[in-house]
Design a protein around this ligand. Structure first.
Ligand SMILES: [Zn+2]
Length: 350
């Protein structure tokens, strides 16, 4: 949790849209909130007043996971909150299940197209069609190589081979491509695409200058730091360096931008939040350096250093990915050396 949250400003106060209802946050921009079956218990989705091919309607930004409760909430929104107009397109910021889960259902329900970055469309298609990739034996081997030794945890990771597909049963077979620097006309407004790396393969945030609104997806969140993980399919990646460079580029957006995050409440204080996130990771880097100076340290051995609380399996897999991301950022920067032990575990030394 962000201990400096009081430095941010929440212009809407404590107002939240009730399930199945909407709250207008800017002219033609409506906020929808859906439940999630995780510790992170909700996601924010957005409706943008749209006009496409001569038809009036709405664009949906992000979809919620594919379960009955979310689809029922969507039906309530369709019945009550679209002013009797149809959905004309589905825009997805990135390929994670809470964002793309219902995309295929929504596109079919409204006979409309999916707009997403090419890399995230491909990654989502691969993850949902494959039985390996985001779990299973490959993920277990990846975590074991970074020191996760508990047989019970590893067995559970192995069993989770269909984890992604369970929340994203289908991804539309075709898409319209969103690209960094691209401009998307939605109704009366141009939305500018800002790519972000490190959290997802090619995350697209959407900025509307006249309204002063940024749909930040998961790249900038007010209360929690964005998950940045090294995962098994790209085991030598350096996503944290990419993530920090990506949020640094968002500083060129105006300081008074109203940020519409995927989790938490709409806030102002974008530059302050970027400062906080950079300081947060600098503190984590200092802790990692201290641990690796004391003795060569694996990612698993860093968990109690970086996460000072008990973790369940879901949190442990995220925490392992994040610990490796911190180690790799320092390793790629030349501040840590990597050693492969006789036990097959990678450890890092300052
Ligand atoms: Zn995400």
């Amino acid at each position: 949790m962000n201990a400096l949250e009081h430095q941010l400003h929440y212009p809407l106060g404590d107002a939240l849209p009730a399930p199945g209802t909407v709250l207008e946050v800017a002219p033609g921009v409506r906020w929808v909130r859906m439940g999630l079956p995780f510790a992170l218990d909700h996601i924010n989705l957005w409706l943008l007043r749209d006009r496409l091919d001569g038809r009036e309607g709405w664009a949906i930004v992000d979809c919620g996971i594919a379960n009955d409760a979310t689809r029922a909430a969507w039906e309530q929104v369709f019945a009550q909150a679209l002013d009797g107009l149809p959905v004309l397109r589905v825009i997805v910021t990135h390929m994670h299940p809470d964002h793309i889960g219902n995309a295929a259902w929504l596109c079919e329900r409204w006979d409309c197209a999916l707009w997403i970055s090419a890399t995230d469309w491909n990654a989502a298609r691969m993850a949902t069609l494959s039985t390996t990739g985001y779990g299973g034996d490959s993920a277990a081997a990846h975590f074991a190589r970074h020191g996760l030794a508990d047989p019970e945890s590893l067995a559970k990771v192995r069993q989770r081979s269909n984890y992604y597909a369970s929340m994203v049963p289908a991804v539309p077979a075709r898409f319209r491509r969103l690209l960094d620097g691209g401009v998307l006309r939605v109704g009366a407004h141009d939305w500018h695409c800002h790519v972000g790396y490190g959290h997802a393969p090619e995350h697209i945030a959407l900025h509307q200058p006249e309204l002063g609104v940024l749909i930040s997806g998961d790249m900038v969140l007010p209360r929690i730091s964005t998950n940045v993980s090294v995962i098994d399919i790209e085991p030598e990646a350096d996503p944290l360096t990419l993530y920090l460079a990506s949020i640094a580029r968002m500083r060129k957006l105006p300081a008074d931008t109203l940020v519409l995050p995927a989790h938490g409440r709409p806030f102002t204080g974008l530059h302050t939040r970027i400062d906080q996130l950079q300081a947060h990771h600098d503190e984590r880097f200092a802790e990692v350096i201290a641990a690796c100076t004391a003795r060569p340290t694996s990612a698993a051995e860093l968990l109690p250093v970086l996460f000072k609380r008990a973790l369940d399996l879901h949190q442990t897999t995220f925490a392992m990915g994040e610990a490796i991301a911190h180690l790799h950022a320092l390793w790629f920067a030349g501040r840590l050396e990597r050693r492969l032990g006789d036990d097959g575990v990678l450890r890092f030394a300052a």
